[in-house]
Ligand binder design. Structure first.
Ligand SMILES: Cc1cc2nc3c(=O)[nH]c(=O)nc-3n(C[C@H](O)[C@H](O)[C@H](O)COP(=O)(O)OP(=O)(O)OC[C@H]3O[C@@H](n4cnc5c(N)ncnc54)[C@H](O)[C@@H]3O)c2cc1C
Ligand code: SF4
Length: 425
């Protein structure tokens, strides 16, 4: 697995698929329930009003009443299941397993000045219609109206400290590569699960020799990446391929722990429409399904608009050996040490992946799919960079407190997914 993120205004949401599941109450209590990882210092119900507010600002389509999901009220009607969703639903019904239309951050009605989805195609590389909610068109315009100043093409090198050991501002390079200092009363870091520890570690000083806010030694540790096998196959009937938002529905049948499966915690099955023509051609050529020559067009037509694709969104547990450190050699264009990633898929996660691949294959078989294949890990996907600044009550066992505030430096906050068990996405 390789790290994927997007550097720009809006961050990873520019490039995301806009699938919008919340965490479940159990995700906050894995130590208590399953004896692994940690409990969060907050629970689902503390966060619930903020999930709801974020859904309102973002605009989330979905259907209330999912029996396997915390109660909530999506802001818009769900994305229609379409032909692909109907095939999945019928197959999953045959097996008697849970499914429900997904929460998706795509406008299905006009919303907050944004146009509604007109099924242009796949949403991941960006939505020309503005129906996919990315942070550049949701939060940023509001922030700018409230007089937040946005400085683009800037790169922060380090957080500076004053004599009292408080954060005093940041040192950064502006768009012309000129070094600047921005004084601050408070510093808030939201540079994702790789960029945040990179910056904290690069802000080491005589006062904080192991890195800023790192008296626990946990900055950069417990990196989680959500391994995400993709299982796909081809049905005879023509379905809607890339002619609507990619994600259709989810199954939470295997989300919660059932020890008879041989692992703790679980996964979401994420049902997707097929891929676009170029991706179908490239991946099928590489896999040997699509020949050159006389049969090329005939075979291509049997593949494109016939693909079913199920993602297995696996929980990953926090393990200290999975970590971000500073690379001793590599540097970026400003001479700032690059992040170095050490990551190994754990035995628990590997078993979960194999279980999910088998269940997704069962659904594809029940749908009558042929040529069922699986990519166990995908290059540059899923781009979920989690952990690395653990949240907790104990300053010796965590980096930030229950408010995301550094235990060591009271005027700095980290807004990176932290602690035990983030299953969102
Ligand atoms: C292909 C893809 C598909 C995805 N699909 C989904 C999905 O369907 N659903 C879902 O929930 N999630 C999805 N994700 C994940 C989701 O996009 C991320 O989890 C989310 O955007 C992370 O938000 P963040 O604010 O923590 O970090 P980011 O969005 O990564 O933002 C961090 C920002 O900080 C900037 N930064 C970092 N370091 C510095 C520095 N030193 N100086 C200045 N700026 C800096 C970065 O350039 C970036 O703009 C997907 C991700 C990818 C890549
Ligand atoms: S299907 Fe097209 S219009 Fe709809 S959200 Fe995706 S990219 Fe935008």
């Amino acid at each position: 697995m390789k790290i994927a993120n997007f550097n720009g205004v809006g961050g990873g949401t520019i490039l995301y698929t806009a699938h919008y599941p919340r965490m479940h109450p159990s995700d906050f209590r894995v130590k208590t329930l399953d004896g692994v990882a940690d409990d969060w210092p907050i629970d689902y119900w503390t966060l619930e009003p903020y999930f709801a507010e974020n859904d309102r600002v973002t605009g989330v389509a979905g259907l209330a009443g999912d029996p396997a999901y915390p109660p909530h009220q999506p802001t818009m009607p769900p994305v229609p299941l379409g032909k692909t969703g109907t095939v999945y639903a019928q197959a999953t019904n045959k097996l008697g397993w849970h499914w429900w239309p997904s929460d998706i951050a795509v406008a299905t009605t006009e919303y907050d000045g944004r146009g509604k989805c007109i099924n242009l195609g796949h949403c991941t590389p960006g939505c020309a219609q503005g129906a996919k909610a990315s942070v550049d068109i949701t939060y940023w315009p509001r922030a700018i109206r409230n007089r937040v100043e946005l400085r683009t093409r800037c790169r922060v090198r380090e957080i500076a400290t004053n004599e009292q050991g408080m954060a005093s501002g940041v040192v950064y390079y502006d768009a012309n590569g000129v070094e600047r200092f921005q004084p601050a009363e408070m510093v808030i870091l939201a540079a994702n699960g790789v960029g945040t520890p990179r910056l904290l570690l690069n802000s080491a000083s005589s006062r904080f020799p192991a890195g800023f806010a790192n008296s626990s030694g946990l900055v950069g540790k417990n990196l989680m990446l959500h391994p995400w096998p993709m299982v796909f196959g081809y049905v005879d009937e023509e379905i809607d391929g890339d002619r609507a938002p990619q994600t259709v529905m989810w199954s939470k049948e295997f989300y919660e722990t059932d020890l008879s499966r041989g692992f703790v915690r679980g996964y979401t099955l994420q049902f997707s429409r097929g891929t676009g023509p170029v991706n179908e051609a490239i991946t099928s050529m590489a896999a040997g399904r699509l020949p050159w020559g006389r049969d090329h067009h005939r075979v291509f037509r049997s593949l494109h608009y016939h693909r079913l694709l199920i993602g297995v969104a696996c929980e990953d547990l926090p393990e200290e050996h999975n970590r971000v450190t500073l690379d001793p050699v590599l540097k970026d264009g400003h001479g700032i040490p690059a992040p170095k990633i050490d990551y190994t898929i754990s035995e628990n996660t590997r078993r979960m992946m194999e279980h999910g691949i088998a269940r997704a294959s069962d659904i594809l078989e029940a749908a009558g799919a042929k040529n069922i294949c699986c990519s166990r890990t995908l290059l540059n996907y899923p781009g979920h960079l989690l952990g690395t600044a653990r949240m907790g009550f104990d300053p010796e066992r965590s980096v930030v407190n229950e408010w995301g505030r550094s235990h060591d430096v009271k005027n700095s906050l980290s807004l990176t997914a932290a602690s035990g068990s983030p299953q969102a996405g």
